[in-house]
Design a protein around this ligand. Structure first.
Ligand code: GTP
Ligand code: MG
Length: 215
């Protein structure tokens, strides 16, 4: 029978959609805006009085990379308060991507972000894609971390870098999309959610989130 199995063609000849699933973790000092970035990316919302995260929160979102590839992010939004630090390895272990967030109005949070990057470089997967994000650019009048300083640090360490605002949505989708583009899309050994293996769903499998893509 023509076009059976590995042909990856729909009956109309169009290529079949490929869905790649990746585990992504957010790290950074408390109150830098990790949960706000996730809320903006997943639900398009922003809360002035966002509650501090306890432990970690889990959300998913799917983005369309191109006509044939969707990327489903399984997002672990960790708690930045120091007392939760020891839990972090549970979330970054096996993650294919990490967003390390600091607040551009607070120099200490940039220092903390660098410490997270070092920890990831030492203890996370050697192939992890790390993005550094300077959040709260809508408060540029209170800026304490210069764009150029952070950009130079990111370049030295091979990190993606963007400044964002969860409040205005500036660069929020863009940073996730840049990560999606950098992640390897080859078919990987399947694993359960959170097992650390990127996973391309097989023919006939319909992930719940796939319908959210390409709206
Ligand atoms: P933890 O859960 O404690 O680790 O904090 P977090 O990093 O998740 O920070 P969260 O998203 O809870 O945001 C902390 C505060 O900063 C909240 O009051 C948010 O409304 C505010 N906030 C987050 N992002 C932005 C932003 O881009 N601009 C401004 N002006 N405020 C922001
Ligand atoms: Mg939070």
């Amino acid at each position: 029978m023509a076009n059976k199995g590995s042909s990856a063609q729909r009956p109309n000849g169009a290529p079949q959609n490929k869905i790649c699933q990746f585990k992504l973790v957010l790290l950074g000092e408390s109150a830098v805006g990790k949960s706000s970035l996730v809320l903006r990316f997943v639900k398009g919302q922003f809360h002035e009085y966002q509650e501090s995260t306890i432990g970690a929160a889990f959300l998913t979102q799917t983005v369309c990379l191109d006509d044939t590839t969707n990327v489903k992010f399984e997002i672990w939004d960790t708690a930045g308060q120091e007392r939760y630090h020891s839990l972090a390895p549970m979330y970054y272990r096996g993650a294919q991507a990490a967003i390390v967030v600091y607040d551009i109005t607070n120099q200490d949070t940039f220092g903390r972000a660098k410490t997270w990057v070092k920890e990831l470089q030492r203890q996370a997967s050697p192939t992890i894609v790390i993005a550094l994000t300077g959040n709260k650019t809508d408060q540029a009048n209170k800026r304490m971390v210069e764009f150029e300083e952070a950009q130079a640090y990111a370049e030295e360490n091979g990190l993606l870098f963007m400044e964002t605002s969860a409040k205005t949505a500036m660069n929020v989708n863009e940073i996730f999309l840049a990560i999606a583009k950098k992640l390897p899309k080859y078919e990987q050994v399947s694993g359960t959610a959170g097992s650390g293996q990127g996973r391309r769903l097989g023919e006939g499998e319909t992930p719940k989130q796939a319908g959210n893509c390409c709206k």
